[in-house]
Design a protein around this ligand. Structure first.
Ligand code: ATP
Ligand code: MG
Length: 193
């Protein structure tokens, strides 16, 4: 399987669709948010640093994030492809990912972009706050994460388009989780033919 980069705003469904892709195609899955939350839970040095940024809705510095990503990638099983969920979030991270993969004889594969309106995202994240109690899912921090997404992460969409690997899926057109995942599966299958 080709690698997949799943890209979208906070609450756009990156984790949800990643799990469904993993289930269907048996790929590896790296969620940088999950990696950081595990470090926080285990009380590591890295976790302490990460918590300060996450609670403020800010990004962890690129150099730190790139190291975490590379070491996590090297622990994945080889040959079945990996989904990158939550990485890259800046142009610098994207350049680093491309280089890191090239050094290992791998490539980025395809990028799946989830486009969801901010009012829908806000409603989903506030609902998740009730269900999962994530510390950064409160209205003020969510707003900061949207701002960070708009200024630092969204410009990456064009970067992927220039790489020729962007595939966009819009909630406003596909309307349901079933509609989204059906279209995503088709694209993944096509790319692996
Ligand atoms: P969702 O998972 O619902 O799409 P999200 O994208 O905001 O929401 P995570 O991907 O879990 O959530 O990330 C949570 C936080 O972890 C981010 O707000 C950021 O502080 C930090 N983080 C995760 N990945 C990165 C990254 N690649 N670079 C910098 N910081 C990151
Ligand atoms: Mg997530």
């Amino acid at each position: 399987m080709k690698n997949i980069i799943i890209f979208g705003a906070p609450g756009s469904g990156k984790g949800t669709y990643s799990d469904m892709i993993v289930e269907k195609f048996g790929m590896g899955h790296i969620s940088t948010g999950d990696v950081l939350r595990a470090e926080i839970k285990n009380g590591t040095e890295l976790g302490k640093i990460a918590k300060g940024y996450i609670d403020e809705g800010q990004l962890i510095p690129d150099s730190l994030m790139v190291d975490i990503l590379a070491s996590t990638y090297d622990r994945q099983p080889k040959g079945c492809g990996v989904i990158f969920d939550g990485f890259p979030r800046t142009i610098a991270q994207a350049e680093a990912l491309k280089t890191m993969l090239a050094e290992r004889g791998d490539d980025m594969g395809l990028m799946i972009e989830l486009v969801v309106e901010e009012d829908v995202l806000m409603a989903r994240l506030l609902n998740r706050a009730i269900e999962q109690g994530r510390a950064d899912d409160n209205k003020e921090t969510i707003q900061k994460r949207f701002d960070v997404y708009r200024t630092q992460t969204a410009p990456l969409s064009e970067w992927f388009a220039k790489e020729g690997i962007r595939h966009t899926f819009a909630w406003s057109e596909l309307k349901t989780k079933e509609g989204m995942i059906e279209a995503i599966f088709q694209t993944v299958e096509q790319a692996n033919k």
